[in-house]
Design a binder for this molecule. Structure first.
Ligand SMILES: [Zn+2]
Length: 584
């Protein structure tokens, strides 16, 4: 509604006067301040219907926190004087929200508490924080088109997900949820664990339970994965036969198990049962079966793995899992199917046509273009299709080692291949440095027709505090150009690196303090610095490069000295960092 003056709204909202630049802690209304006094602090009164619901209460806390950390406005729970109302309106579809005006109030309504959370996300991103809070002028109803809008947090190798505090995890999961995500996935990292007696086993279960609780408190589903790979100490006589892997992308640590051997199957099911028991009360909402990387067996009885041994095992694991978690949904991944061609896709179609009731979703993707079979022939079992965008590793080694890795052009191109076909997915994430990619993909799932650039513009306004996105869009464009050249092992564009660095410096000098000190901007700024140092200056050992790498290490909670043999994959490449059991 154009006639609505957002500044006067705040005055009409019964707020004390608009104290741009006033000192923090200035008295709020009712605490000795006089309305319209220049020295008083702006106050925004919000009425929350249904505060007895834990998620509604948390949604209000998130709204209050995200506004208060961006401007001087104080958000209070009000009643008669409130001009913003948060409410649940069950007549809306569950995940949908609307933002409208009724009786002079602005209303944010969700079809459920989770829908309200998404509505608050939209409201926050489209509001402005120029010293004072200017509420969103966005009006309308929005409903997600993707049904399973996941995010896979790969919590291992002492990366950020592994090391972050509970407070950081809660905050970050909420931030991701505000973009429309409705499920997070974590895996039990058997690649690092000897057996159940290994102290790492209980630590990993505790971590999964912690993330499951965090997800559930935000109304999100918790997903985990399972396949034929269990512990490092699995007996030798039940091990799988190594698979052909001409592209080197199927992964094999050497300890997958053959489920066609009776002792192998018993070992897998017994460990799965122990796992489900240890997760009791934490509720696994979604179980995903993963054929390769890690996994697979090439023995006579198991092959072709994807439509034979893998399928039989997944069905048994689905039944076993549902005896512990009756409402559990299942996702069957086809990752690296038919590489080399073995008839796995066709075999899966044939098998699910006969008996498909135990699978809810089929997931497909690759490191590059989307597999053609489900697009050209159809999805096996006529099931909803998911994708699995790799948002973390592409053109990026160590992962996150140079700061943010925004790739909007790449993800738009890949999305255009599947836009009309998929019902969501689980982007693969190794940390927080691909936060921009997460927002882009989460919004594709919400509205397949929304472009990466539109989401990025909204992201820039919300996270970097500027409605003039042009400089930051250009900065990201230059960073992506060099990431792509670098990935293709072509000479980098030195001028693009210089432009990115100049743009970052220019933007930094004008940015509001709250955005400047936000790690999201820091990661992008440090990326520009490190691209300049390595591409223009040719070294990561200059004082500027080393300071940038050290700051990244701090933000990611990395270890300068580590015994984790895989930590170097996620640690910025600072020369003095040490890996005692792996590569430096
Ligand atoms: Zn086998």
């Amino acid at each position: 509604m154009n006639s609505w003056d957002r500044r006067s709204f705040l005055k009409r909202a019964g707020v004390a006067a608009l104290g741009v630049g006033m000192p923090a802690g200035a008295p709020a209304r009712g605490e000795g301040a006089t309305a319209n006094s220049e020295s008083s602090r702006q106050e925004l009164s919000v009425r929350v219907d249904g505060l007895d619901n834990a998620l509604v209460a948390q949604t209000f806390s998130i709204l209050r926190d995200r506004i208060e950390c961006r401007c001087a406005t104080r958000v209070v729970a009000g009643k008669s004087d409130a001009r913003i109302v948060l409410t649940v309106q069950p007549s809306l579809p569950s995940d949908a929200f609307l933002i409208d005006e009724a009786g002079g109030n602005m209303r944010i309504a969700g079809g459920s508490p989770r829908g309200l959370l998404y509505g608050v996300g939209k409201f926050l991103r489209t509001s402005k924080y120029n010293g004072q809070f200017l509420p969103s002028s966005w009006r309308g109803t929005s409903q997600p088109r993707g049904t399973l809008r996941g995010m896979y947090f790969a919590s291992h190798f002492h990366n950020w997900y592994h090391q972050a505090s509970q407070a950081e995890i809660t905050r970050y999961t909420a931030d991701i949820a505000l973009w429309g995500v409705n499920a997070i996935k974590l895996s039990f990292p058997t690649i690092n664990i000897k057996d159940w007696q290994d102290p790492e086993a209980d630590a990993a279960i505790a971590m999964l339970r912690k993330y499951a609780k965090t997800a559930h408190e935000l109304g999100l589903q918790f997903a985990t994965g399972m396949n034929n790979t269990w512990f490092i100490n699995a007996p030798q006589n039940i091990r799988a036969i190594r698979l052909p892997d001409p592209t080197g992308r199927r992964g094999n640590s050497g300890h997958p198990i053959c489920p066609s051997k009776p002792d192998g199957l018993a070992y897998i099911l017994e460990n799965a049962q122990t796992f489900f028991k240890k997760m009791a009360g934490a509720e696994i909402d979604i179980l995903m079966f993963w054929p390769y990387d890690e996994g697979g067996c090439a023995c006579q009885q198991c092959q072709p793995w994807g439509c034979n041994g893998f399928l039989k095992l997944s069905r048994q694991l689905a039944h076993l899992g549902r005896s512990y978690f009756p409402k559990m949904k299942t996702v069957l991944s086809t990752w690296m199917f038919d590489t080399p061609p073995e008839g796995e896709w066709q075999g899966l179609s044939d098998a699910l046509a006969k008996e498909g009731g135990w699978v809810d979703y089929v997931l497909a993707d690759s490191h590059e273009d989307y597999p053609r079979y489900p697009l050209d022939v159809g999805v096996p079992g006529s099931l909803p299709l998911l994708n699995f965008p790799e948002i973390s590793m592409w053109g990026n080694w160590p992962w996150g080692g140079f700061g943010a890795n925004p790739l909007p052009r790449r993800f738009q191109r890949l999305w255009d291949q599947v836009r009309q076909k998929v019902s969501g997915g689980f982007p693969y994430s190794e940390g927080i440095y691909e936060d921009i990619n997460k927002a882009i993909v989460a919004q594709f799932y919400w509205d397949p027709d929304r472009t990466a650039r539109e989401t990025l513009t909204e992201y820039i306004a919300y996270e970097f505090g500027t409605s003039d996105a042009a400089d930051i869009l250009a900065l990201i464009d230059n960073v992506e150009t060099n990431a792509a050249l670098s990935y293709r092992k072509q000479p980098v564009d030195i001028e693009a690196a210089q432009r990115a660095d100049r743009l970052a410096e220019h933007v930094d000098s004008r940015m509001p303090a709250w955005a400047k000190h936000n790690w999201r901007w820091e990661l992008l700024r440090l990326r520009a610095v490190l691209d300049r140092e390595r591409f223009v200056g040719g070294s990561l050992e200059t004082p500027a490069a080393e300071a940038a790498l050290l700051r990244l290490i701090e933000i990611y909670h990395c270890q300068i000295e580590t015994d984790d043999p895989y930590h170097h994959r996620v640690r910025p490449p600072l020369r003095k960092a040490v890996s005692r059991r792996g590569k430096a």
